[in-house]
Design a protein around this ligand. Structure first.
Ligand SMILES: *Cc1c(COP(=O)(O)O)cnc(C)c1O
Length: 420
């Protein structure tokens, strides 16, 4: 068991130890990691370090003490709202990530429907492919949930909503796109059905929020999903994914913005004073705020368009390359830069094992079994090498794998007992 060292170390010594700990970490600098990291290149890395370092110790818990953090969060929310075609009636807040944005969407809908309709125990209707953060939020907020089934084509069917919406439904959800197969749900039809039932509709654009708008501007056919769609009442969009900010940055947007009153928390009967928060966190790190604000200004529309172009080009080459390899295929029809590779006649996880021996990293998923890849701009440099390794793994028939599908942390009973 590790104990606090009695004496301190020099900066050089500590950094040496830290680097030594990282030897087994995924090599994202060379774009061998198809998830978790969204690397826009060394210039953006340096800019993020400078901006994050500059606000390192500030605290957004009380933005009146640090008005710059208040202003930067306002700018980020406003830029996101504008990008997603929200008008003056859209407002929101920065959060620590997609999970918190989704939590706030569920909490806001629950409290609003409680206030307006007297619904005590609410219910969510969520696509099978929606992120588990919705289930987590439902669990923590004591809201029930029901899954929409997935069609043969791996798509969500809007028509299923009609029968699944009940009197106690407080929120329906669609994704733009959903993580597993990278496809955008039929948002206009789903939002219309929800609106007709008087139920709020959330679009989870944690992945697509800062990618789809630029692909649309580049001329790609993107199915409608943002605030231009009537009936959409909230959207989550992660800055720490295709916004290229440092981790800990997302936005939750509401329409009308008056719904924010169901999101905020206020407690005034405390000897410590009035406690108010816009979202979940108390003490709120300034680094993701400063870095998100800075990267939006550093890149501008021009920069995001360039990065979107690079990423979609890498994705298209990847999709075409997979199609050209006999024995593997892409599941569904990805709308963006996220995809899943499967195999009908081989163990795709064994192919994954072979690729990992070449230093590649990706998530694995089941139903159906697949390797999950999220492209980012730097992947354009390695697509050919990846495809060659994939083709070789398929040719050599990798056998069977003992590894399971994973996305997050190890929370097995044994791991939980061990702690960290
Ligand atoms: C990443 C992601 C989330 C959750 O966001 P975190 O930032 O990991 O908490 C939610 N929905 C989708 C579609 C995502 O890709």
């Amino acid at each position: 068991m590790k104990e606090l060292p009695v004496t301190g170390s020099s900066l050089e010594a500590v950094m040496g130890q830290l680097r030594a700990l990282q030897v087994s970490d995924a090599d994202y600098h060379n774009a061998r990691t198809w998830g978790l990291i969204y690397n826009a290149g060394p210039d953006v890395d340096a800019m993020l370090q400078a901006a994050a370092g500059h606000v390192l110790l500030e605290n957004a818990l009380n933005p009146f003490v640090f008005p710059s953090l208040r202003e930067m969060q306002g700018d980020v929310v406003s830029i996101a709202a504008h990008l997603l075609h929200g008008g003056d009636d859209v407002g929101g807040a920065m959060t620590s990530g997609g999970t918190e944005s989704i939590f706030m969407a569920v909490k806001t809908a629950r409290d609003r429907m409680r206030a307006e309709r007297g619904i005590v125990k609410g219910r969510l209707v969520i696509p099978r492919t929606a992120h588990p953060a919705f289930i987590k939020a439902a669990h923590l907020l004591d809201v029930e949930w029901v899954h929409m089934p997935l069609g043969e084509d791996l798509r969500t069917r809007a028509s299923d909503l009609e029968r699944l919406i009940t009197r106690d439904t407080v929120l329906c959800v669609g994704s733009a796109p959903a993580y597993p197969f990278g496809m955008v749900d039929p948002i206009p039809e789903m939002a219309r059905i929800a609106a007709e039932a008087g139920v709020p509709f959330h679009v989870d654009a944690c992945l697509g929020g800062f990618m789809l708008p630029f692909l649309e501007r580049l001329g790609f056919a993107i199915p409608p999903w943002d605030f231009r769609v009537p009936g959409v009442t909230s959207i989550s969009a992660d800055l720490h994914k295709y916004g290229y900010a440092v981790k800990g940055a997302s936005v939750i947007l509401h329409r009308p913005k008056a719904n924010m009153r169901h999101q905020v928390f206020l407690f005034s009967d405390w000897p410590g004073g009035i406690y108010g928060t816009q979202a979940f966190l108390g003490t709120k790190p300034a680094t993701p705020i400063g870095a998100a604000w800075a990267v939006l200004h550093y890149l501008g529309e021009e920069g995001y368009l360039r990065l979107a172009r690079e990423t979609i080009d890498a994705t298209r080459r990847l999709i075409d390359g997979v199609a050209a390899i006999d024995g593997v295929h892409v599941w569904g029809e990805p709308d963006m830069t996220v995809l899943a590779i499967g195999s009908r006649d081989q163990d795709i996880f064994a192919i994954g094992d072979a690729l990992e021996r070449h230093g590649w990293h990706f998530d694995r998923q089941e139903q159906p079994a697949a390797l999950h890849l999220m492209a980012s701009p730097r992947h354009r440099l390695v697509v050919d090498e990846f495809l060659a390794d994939l083709a070789a793994a398929v040719t050599h028939n990798a056998g069977t794998s003992t590894r399971a599908a994973t996305y997050g942390d190890d929370v097995s009973a044994e791991a939980a007992a061990e702690g960290f």
